[in-house]
Write a protein that binds this ligand. Structure first.
Ligand code: ATP
Ligand code: MG
Length: 264
């Protein structure tokens, strides 16, 4: 059985839905979540045809291919995938391809009919035209279109579609860096810099306290308690065992938080 640790904020997206969206500021874990979800989907539903889309994709280095390769390796399922130059072969004849929308025409996009998953990364740049082309194209039974993005304007096509007039068959979550249990320390320093209103120090304990035990130990207990409350309300990672042969199980981790934010 494969175990995938998932930040709690993304739990609603583990259900099937025609449209799934995750939006929020930088470093919220959106790309990693959808990358893992895609790998999982290919394992759970052999033969899945998936397309990773960006509005502009001049070269493969602008695509999600590298991230997906990393996720395949991290999850230890490399033997079930074959990474080729421009695509990834997935179990039982499935495929993940990578495509830019800007150069697509109404005719060329038809080659995506039959695809069950389309994941639009950096969807804030998706034009209204691209969205309008994509929606009727991804039409296979049970197919899903996923969007991850950093919002710019409410009038952008994806915001209009999933935030302003959210359709019934959509699940949309907001994920920010506080929700990211894996938030890297290099970005954490950045957050302190870009948020001068943040109280003087932000320290990640739990996982990080293994590396900074002395610092964590000096924090007043009242702060630790309030951070624990805050963390369990907002950001408790769930451990989901989602690759069983019979479906998807997801359950909160029954133990105390493996990590927490402490703000002093
Ligand atoms: N599931 C995960 N497993 C391992 N690391 C993770 C995971 N989720 C997030 N991270 C870490 O957090 C960082 C930020 O996550 P990610 O790139 O997914 O955020 P994002 O919301 O897509 O950010 P941006 O809006 O900048 O694209 C990653 O570079 C990685 O170090
Ligand atoms: Mg991202």
């Amino acid at each position: 059985m494969l175990t995938i640790e998932t930040a709690k904020v993304f739990e609603p997206l583990l259900q099937p839905a025609r449209f799934k969206g995750a939006w929020g500021g930088r470093g919220g874990g959106k790309s990693h979540f959808f990358g893992e979800l895609l790998v999982e989907r290919c394992l759970l539903t052999p033969g899945t045809l998936a397309v990773c889309i960006r509005e502009v994709q001049k070269t493969l280095s602008q695509s999600s291919k590298r991230l997906i390769e990393t996720k395949i390796a991290e999850l230890g399922v490399g033997s079930q995938f074959r990474v080729l130059y421009d695509r990834i072969e997935t179990p039982v004849g499935g495929l993940i391809i990578f495509q830019g929308m800007q150069d697509a025409t109404a005719e060329s996009i038809k080659s995506l009919e039959g695809y069950q998953i389309a994941w639009v990364e950096e969807a804030q740049t998706l034009s209204a035209r691209s969205l309008a082309l994509l929606r009727p194209t991804i039409r296979a039974e049970g197919s899903e279109i996923w969007f991850s993005w950093n919002p710019r304007r409410k009038s952008d096509a994806v915001d209009e579609f999933l935030r302003v007039n959210q359709p019934d068959n959509a699940i949309v979550v907001k994920a920010n860096w506080r929700d990211n249990a894996w938030f890297p320390s290099v970005l954490r320093r950045n957050v302190s810099l870009i948020s001068p209103s943040t109280p003087t120090a932000i320290t990640m304990c739990g996982k990080a306290s293994m590396h900074e035990p002395s610092r964590a130990a000096t924090l007043p207990q009242s702060l630790v308690r309030s951070a624990k409350r805050d963390a369990s309300a907002k950001s408790q990672p769930i451990r989901s065992s989602r690759c069983e042969p019979f479906g998807i199980l997801a359950a909160p981790v029954p133990r105390p938080m493996p990590w927490r934010w402490i703000v002093q």
